[in-house]
Design a protein around this ligand. Structure first.
Ligand code: NIG
Ligand code: FE
Length: 440
């Protein structure tokens, strides 16, 4: 069989939601840029070559094929009749790689234990750290492949993946290396993030007289030992910190993130997930790519994100509404307030074994619509173009000429039904990096 390049033409869709036009702020987030009826999408060599009326898209593809020396008819047609076509979804916040599972904590919480309380007694994140350290590279990679496959079958073509269940240099590097390899060999593009400051590991806690001294010693280890090794490894694109009352303070987060920036890495932050601790303010001050969770930012924090929203590179508020939902909390991220303040928002799954064992972005979209009061258009923008911006990726997240050919054909006639059929498997076809990787 010849491996000469072939084009792909996606035709006949009931709706093409392009999300074109770049990052959205404020009320513009309610516009997913629906293309006129009869629009087709043409792809060649991993890129979108045209989003236009079908005859025009066919001509553009034929011309592009001729330009690279291929036959103008070397084209596979995907019949999207009755379907909605959107950009491939971007999950801007996951803790993809870990050992074990923690279903037992659900029962503990049902009997009244708090999430941070379980962590303080050596469970929670620390239980996953023990299981992760004990897992082999093969096991961790197999786990990663399994859940990336699940994410892909729910429409995600780009997935951010944090380390953070190693909490020592060797295991953190191991997790990042595996994430990097999954990016190279899979259909989903994996974007690795270093989260050494996720919790203080038990051995460091045991070596110090109190929690404060242990946390301080661990912060120094992250800055002086882990970060330089991570930068030298060259896999992580950005650095994250769990900035939360009782975990790492804004001052400790600042020191880690400034050191990360000095190493040329991008920065992002778990901010104000469960209590307002100054995380949103810090993310805005440091010009982070994103401030994530924002379960309860202060008014000043929302103000700081609003002030940053006007800049060329605003801080994207990555909301993770399956977390309070899964933890059985009443808490709701102030999504409407953020949008009204002009802040760009994204929605992610926060896939992890403790607070969100949820690999499906469409399910997170449903929860965002139902619990945060977002419109279907807002949740689509928040999982495509704005989520790509949260990862600093300008080459995807929209169906526009020149962008990566990442797109999903959904088995519904309008994007308004994506969060409506909650929990359904609606994906008909996924094209990632110009290859048909699901359906077809
Ligand atoms: O994003 N908040 C910190 N980290 C994860 C939870 C990790 C875990 O419980 O294993 C989160 O919610
Ligand atoms: Fe998280």
């Amino acid at each position: 069989m010849s491996d000469a390049p072939r084009g792909i033409l996606v035709t006949g869709a009931a709706e093409v939601a392009t999300c074109a036009g770049g990052l959205r702020r404020g009320s513009a987030q309610d516009d997913p840029a629906i293309a006129p009826p009869g629009t087709a999408v043409a792809c060649l060599e991993g890129r979108i070559v045209a989003v236009a009326a079908e005859p025009e898209a066919r001509d553009a593809l034929a011309a592009a094929l001729v330009e690279i020396g291929a036959s103008p008819d070397a084209c596979d047609v995907i019949d999207a009749t009755g379907s909605t076509v959107t950009p491939g979804l971007v999950d801007a916040h996951t803790h993809l790689l870990f050992g074990g599972s923690r279903e037992g904590e659900v029962a503990l919480r049902q009997r009244g234990a708090g999430y941070l309380e379980i962590l303080a007694t050596g469970g929670g994140i620390l239980a996953t750290v023990a299981a992760t350290r004990a897992a082999s590279d093969r096991e961790l990679a197999a786990h990663g492949r399994r859940w990336l496959g699940e994410m892909l079958r729910h429409g995600a073509t780009t997935v951010e993946a944090k380390s953070g269940y190693g909490l020592d240099t060797a295991t953190e590097l191991r997790l990042l290396a595996i994430a990097g390899r999954l990016a190279d060999d899979g259909s989903v593009d994996v974007i690795p993030t270093f989260l050494g400051a996720h919790a203080v590991p038990s051995e460091v806690r045991a070596a110090h007289p109190d929690a404060a001294a242990a946390t301080e010693a661990y912060v120094r280890a992250v800055i002086e030992e882990q970060l330089p090794a991570v930068a030298a490894q060259g896999v992580a694109r950005s650095v994250d910190v769990f900035c939360e009352t009782g975990v790492f303070s804004p001052d400790q987060a600042r020191r880690i993130l400034e050191a990360a920036r000095d190493q040329g890495l991008e920065i992002r932050l778990h901010a104000d997930e469960m209590a307002p601790s100054g995380g949103a303010e810090l993310a805005a001050e440091l010009g982070a790519l994103s401030a994530d969770h924002l379960g309860c930012p202060s008014a000043a924090g929302i103000g700081a994100l609003a002030a940053a929203a006007g800049s060329a590179r605003p801080v994207v508020a990555v909301l993770l509404p399956t977390v309070p939902w899964f933890l059985g909390q009443e808490l709701r991220e102030p999504a409407r307030e953020l949008i009204e303040a002009g802040v760009p928002i994204a929605i992610g799954t926060d896939f992890n074994p403790g607070t969100s064992p949820v690999p499906s972005l469409p399910l997170a979209m449903s929860v965002a619509m139902l619990r945060l009061g977002l419109t279907p258009s807002e949740v689509l923008v928040a999982t495509t173009v704005n989520a790509a911006a949260a990862l600093g990726l300008a080459d995807r997240g929209a169906l526009e000429r020149g962008r990566r050919a990442d797109l999903v054909v959904w088995d519904v006639p309008t994007h308004a039904q994506l969060p409506y059929w909650a929990g359904a498997g609606l994906v008909r076809v996924v094209i990632a990096g110009g290859r048909v990787v699901v359906g077809g």
